[in-house]
Design a protein around this ligand. Structure first.
Ligand code: GLA
Length: 386
């Protein structure tokens, strides 16, 4: 949805009293490190220049009224209410962070909020994390409270886990809070220590949206988590002291392969090898070796397809088509999988031809016109000045 800050303020003043401050939070792509965050592992996402905006003004009572410009719909809740539960509604992503901030001891003021966003929804680019983070920052600043970015990411993730009911890891909320323009963010999902890695200005980040989202995505996501937990349970008999797959090396896993059911072994092999790929990709990026980086992206995709089984025909096709093009350094699915987007690293002069060839070949094979977008690495959440 096209909306600039002036337009958002204008719409706000038509609906609510008071003059609004505007905050925004970005969506993300993930370069490498998929399905590792909930295994205490490593990820390398990038905040992108697609956002959720939140215009906010304080109220004198403890009510939050929130309107979504995308859904043209309003919702309301009371910050003081003792109990509240999710309604499987977009406003859960507003109420969830508000509740978690309150529970963590932040005393929030009531507010009127108007939110809108241009992150394609259901495309695996973290539009829901961006709503949570934009609202979290807006509610804190509206209450003259400090924004501790790492804590905010943790509380927004908790909102998604405990209020919305999705068992996600911390990657999406973290990069939406802490991303930096021109950089990828390498995160240790156990310690939450992170490094910002400069991205070469010569390389383009290109998203290809398959335009499909398979229905079973949520259920399969939870199933993968359970399979990983089962892997840790079985492996800990042989490797006492491990807490998560992050604590297992590839050679340890291989040594005990025969003691694991085949499916569990494969899920573990993806996670353990993917953690190693993040570390290799980080070194490659730091020495400017984009070809090595791209090869690791390809390996990551194949591991997600064959061992972790979270890809789908459309994602595999999009990656195959990309790998046939000139000037492509790497391509892989990005995000949870079962549809959504691929991320592609392209030389700057290859973009126009890539868009034409991939779009027409993909449409010819699937009957769907893909969305192909060049994105830039952007800053994490903050206030949008006038
Ligand atoms: C979704 C979740 C993340 C992460 C990815 C897979 O985007 O929200 O926490 O688990 O899937 O890497």
């Amino acid at each position: 949805m096209e909306m600039n800050c002036t337009e958002l303020r204008r719409q706000f003043s038509q609906r609510y009293p008071g003059s609004a401050r505007v905050f925004r939070a970005p969506g993300r792509i993930n370069l490498i490190g998929e399905h590792t965050d909930y295994n205490d592992g490593f990820v390398m996402p990038v905040a992108i220049d697609f956002h959720v905006w939140a215009a906010i003004a304080a109220r004198s009572d403890g009510t939050v009224r929130v309107c979504s410009a995308n859904f043209a719909e309003e919702a309301e809740f009371d910050l003081q209410a003792r109990t509240a539960s999710a309604k499987t509604h977009w406003s859960d992503f507003v109420q969830g962070p508000a509740r978690m901030l309150q529970a963590a001891g932040y005393r929030l003021r009531g507010a009127d909020l108007l939110i809108c966003g241009d992150i394609p929804m259901g495309a695996g680019l973290s539009s829901s994390a961006a709503i949570e983070v934009a609202v979290g920052v807006a509610l804190l600043m509206n209450s003259d409270l400090p924004v501790e970015r790492v804590e905010l990411a943790q509380l927004c993730r908790r909102a998604e886990n405990d209020f919305v009911g999705a068992r996600v890891g911390i990657m999406d909320q973290f990069v939406s809070c802490c991303g930096r323009a021109g950089h990828a963010l390498e995160l240790d999902c156990r310690s939450l220590e992170y490094r910002l890695l400069p991205l070469s200005a010569l390389i383009n980040l290109v998203i290809c949206n398959t335009m499909v989202k398979h229905q079973h995505a949520g259920g399969e996501y939870n199933k993968r988590r359970t399979e990983c937990e089962e892997g840790v349970r079985l492996l800990s008999r042989m490797l006492p002291g491990i807490r998560a797959l992050r604590d297992v090396t590839l050679s340890e896993l291989e040594n005990h392969a025969r003691e694991l059911p085949e499916t569990i072994y494969r899920r573990c092999r993806h996670v353990v090898s993917e953690n190693a790929r993040v570390s290799d990709a980080s070194s490659a990026l730091q020495r400017g070796d984009l070809s090595a980086f791209g090869r690791l992206m390809g390996e990551s995709h194949r591991s997600l397809r064959d061992d972790y089984a979270v890809s789908c025909a459309e994602l595999d096709l999009m990656v195959e088509l990309a790998e046939e093009q000139e000037g492509v350094r790497g391509a892989r699915m990005t995000g949870g999988g079962f549809g959504g987007c691929t991320i592609n690293l392209l030389d700057a002069d290859a973009v126009a031809q890539f868009k034409r060839s991939v779009a027409s070949a993909y449409e010819k094979k699937t009957g769907r016109a893909p969305q192909i977008l060049v994105v830039s690495a952007s800053d994490g959440a903050g206030e949008v000045e006038l």
